[in-house]
Design a protein. Structure first.
Ligand code: C5P
Length: 201
């Protein structure tokens, strides 16, 4: 039987870090579903039509090294509001979730739409100020020309678009465990996530 961990939440709340650590701890496969939308957004910036770009996506497109920019994040959030784009990406995500040996998927709609039957659902969140600070340090550490205020405005714009869209909006599933990482170290947040999963295995 497959075992699926669904991890959702707003941008820069710590989903990616927690998902990678949890997958390594349990030996589960990990899919960062944001990469599907980022890779689609990237190709739209290159001139492709969004639905065609999503349908043409190949696993190797997720490994591009130019997907972590603020420009691509905004493009991703715009294509992610298009129902046909989301529909084109569903089968790949569900097949990944069903793989033998367990899977962790992180995104915005994993617990609500992609894997409503997931054995574990976590909603990872943090205050706007904490999330903006983390993303600012990440982007400026990579040499990006960003300001703290600019990063905060970008996150808020993206979260608003992701939460207010009609198709699979960002939301905690009714049965998700909420994990607020604002005041937690990475190790503390990971330990809490592991404890939630252990309680359901
Ligand atoms: O998680 P990440 O910031 O990489 O996601 C980029 C964008 O992709 C999000 O802002 C959101 O619009 C979209 N996304 C989504 N559903 C997911 C994962 C990401 O709509 N499951």
């Amino acid at each position: 039987m497959s075992f699926t961990v669904a991890i959702d939440g707003p941008a820069a709340a710590g989903k990616g870090t927690i998902s990678r650590a949890v997958a390594a701890h349990f030996g589960f496969a990990h899919l960062d579903t944001g990469l599907l939308y980022r890779a689609t957004g990237r190709r739209v910036l290159d001139g492709l039509e969004p639905v065609a770009a999503a349908r043409a996506l190949r696993p190797e497109d997720l490994a591009r090294d130019d997907l972590r920019t603020a420009e691509v994040a905004q493009a991703a959030s715009k294509v992610a509001a298009i129902p046909e784009v989301r529909a084109a990406l569903v089968d790949f995500q569900r097949a990944f979730a069903r793989r033998a040996g367990g899977a962790v998927l992180d995104g915005r709609d994993i617990g609500t739409v992609i894997c409503p039957e997931a054995q574990v659902k976590l909603y990872v969140t943090a205050s706007d100020a904490v999330r903006a600070r983390r993303r600012f340090l990440e982007l400026s550490g990579k040499g990006a020309d960003v300001t703290p205020d600019g990063v905060l405005a970008d996150l808020r714009e993206r979260d608003a678009r992701d939460s207010e869209r009609a198709a699979a909006p960002l939301a905690a599933a009714a049965d998700a465990v909420v994990l607020d990482t604002s005041a937690l170290t990475i190790d503390e947040a990971v330990a809490k996530a592991i404890a939630v999963i252990n309680a359901r295995r």
